[in-house]
Write a protein that binds this ligand. Structure first.
Ligand code: RIB
Length: 303
């Protein structure tokens, strides 16, 4: 079982030719809404990868909540740990440019109501994989890492969005997944040493005894364990929309660990899934199915 404790949003998405500069207004060419939120996106990715998934989070008592949960329900995710609060459902205002680049402003709303008391709804047990991000209160994220360790689960912490205070507890996670910018910022906060990023990743793994995974966009993924440094390529694609690609990576990565894949294979599968997620618009609508990832990796279907 994969247990995701995290955010649920409704994404309000405008398509633009190019992203505006500060103070500039640009004309949009399209508008859509789609279910999103880093926690929810990762939960759906893990489910599409074939894992059983439980989600702990919160939505508002409003019209956005139903749409925000639609694909999680379709994906048969256990939503018994998702509460309703008086705050509004989390929203993300997203602009996506023709070249696939995006900017996002997140209004947490109900996601800020996910508190340590909600961790009892996670029902963690030995062998589970607990998957966390940083769009809910960090106090809850840190407490979840402690509860998860006591329960004997494997923990994966995605450091998105960057929040400096998290540097104090990153080392509690068995696997940290960061993008390049996040890792470089945490590297400064933690005074990691080394002349380049791989060296600093090794320093992190050596000091914490844990694994650090850094996603490099189209250049693939690097991972440092206390013993090893691994490099996995991304698929060669032309991105349409990169929103949710990192979440797809995290969900597939957690699913790979949960199913017992060795680290290099879990990373390769997650990297391929993350690449495929860039080929369609929207976060959750773009998450590929397991069979699409297998086809991209040329894995024959199971008989
Ligand atoms: O990672 C992409 C997600 O970030 C979007 O779905 C949006 O909701 C924001 O949380």
């Amino acid at each position: 079982m994969i247990i995701v404790i995290g955010s649920i949003n409704l994404d309000l998405i405008a398509n633009v030719d190019r992203l505006p500069a500060p103070g500039e207004t640009v004309r949009g060419s399209g508008f859509t809404t789609a279910p999103g939120g880093k926690g929810a996106n990762q939960a759906l990715a893990a489910a599409r990868a074939g894992a059983k998934v439980r989600m702990v989070g919160a939505v508002g008592k409003d019209n956005f909540a139903n749409e925000a949960l639609t694909l999680l329900r379709d994906g048969k995710i256990d939503l018994s740990g998702v509460g309703e609060t008086f705050a509004s459902t989390g929203t993300a205002l997203i602009m996506v440019a023709d070249d696939g680049e995006n900017v996002i402003a997140v209004v947490p709303g109900a996601n800020d109501s996910v508190v340590t008391g909600d961790l009892s709804k996670a029902f963690m047990k030995k062998g589970d994989v607990v998957l966390l991000q940083q769009e809910i209160p960090l106090q809850t994220v840190e407490a979840a890492l402690d509860v998860a360790r006591a329960a004997g689960t494997v923990t994966v912490l995605n450091t998105a969005p960057f929040r400096g205070e998290a540097a104090a507890f990153l080392g509690k996670a068995d696997y940290v997944v960061a993008n390049e910018t996040e890792f470089d910022l945490y590297g400064e906060a933690l005074s990691l040493s080394g002349r380049d990023r791989p060296a600093r990743m090794r320093d992190y793994a050596g000091k914490t005894g844990r694994t650090i995974v850094v996603t490099l966009g189209g250049d693939g993924v690097l991972a440092a364990t206390p013993a090893d440094l691994l490099m996995v390529p991304a698929l060669k694609i032309t991105p349409v929309d990169t929103v949710g690609a990192g979440d797809t990576f995290c969900g597939y990565f957690a699913a790979g660990l949960s199913s017992g894949l060795p680290l290099d294979q879990a990373l390769a599968r997650a990297a391929a899934a993350g690449s495929l997620a860039c080929l369609k618009p929207g976060a959750q609508p773009a998450i590929p199915l397991a069979k699409e990832v297998d086809a991209a990796l040329q894995i024959p279907p199971a008989r």
